[in-house]
Design a protein. Structure first.
Length: 206
């Protein structure tokens, strides 16, 4: 008579569990991220990154109030040098919710916490543009082009867009061309350049 030997299943290590959580988040598997993060945080409530992933995944599913609770905890415990990250995500939450006023306030806080990073100013400028505050948006994107870190090509692209929206086509074209010089494969910049070159030809023929 043969006896069945049950193979002992070793519990996953903390690193293995976190890698699973991170993989789910990186692949936009937000439902998986929510449940995996909740389970992980039961044993490791001190994990700021796990809580951030949870907060982001919750607002992606329009569970805004739950997301705000998690993001506020992250903001409270976050180190000053990376505080801009949860502040920006709180801005994203309000943007998705359609509350542009509060989104702008959070993006402004983020840019104040990391003034040399272009990304926060790009987010702020974009939300101001959605509110029709084109002059303020232009000022933000112009500041972003002078930052020491972040996507400067994107800053020039956004600057060109708000200048174009004000009808200053030749000036906007220069911004798009600058973005393309910084990032030669930038498809969005190429598209905008093509559009404005045609616009300027039309104006010249008038």
């Amino acid at each position: 008579m043969t006896s069945k030997i049950k193979q002992e299943v070793k519990p996953k290590t903390r690193n293995q569990r976190f890698r699973e959580l991170e993989s789910a988040y990186d692949n936009d598997l937000f439902a998986t991220t929510i449940e995996t993060a909740k389970d992980y945080l039961k044993d490791h409530p001190d994990s700021i990154l796990a809580r951030l992933y949870l907060g982001i995944s919750l607002y992606e599913y329009a569970r805004y109030e739950e997301a705000k609770v998690e993001l506020r905890k992250v903001i409270k415990d976050c180190q000053p040098d990376v505080l801009y990250i949860p502040l920006c995500h709180m801005g994203h939450l309000y943007k998705l919710k359609g509350d542009y006023k509060n989104a702008a306030a959070w993006y402004r806080r983020a840019s104040e916490s990391y003034p040399s990073y272009a990304g926060c100013l790009i987010f702020l400028g974009s939300i101001l543009a959605l509110q029709g505050k084109l002059s303020e948006a232009e000022e933000c994107h112009r500041k972003a082009t002078k930052c020491k870190s972040g996507d400067i090509a994107e800053a020039y692209l956004n600057l060109g867009m708000v200048i174009r929206a004000q009808g200053r086509y030749a000036e906007a074209l220069k911004c798009f061309e600058k973005a393309l010089r910084i990032a030669p494969k930038y498809k969005a910049a190429k598209h905008e350049i093509k559009d404005l070159q045609k616009v300027l030809e039309i104006i010249k023929r008038k």
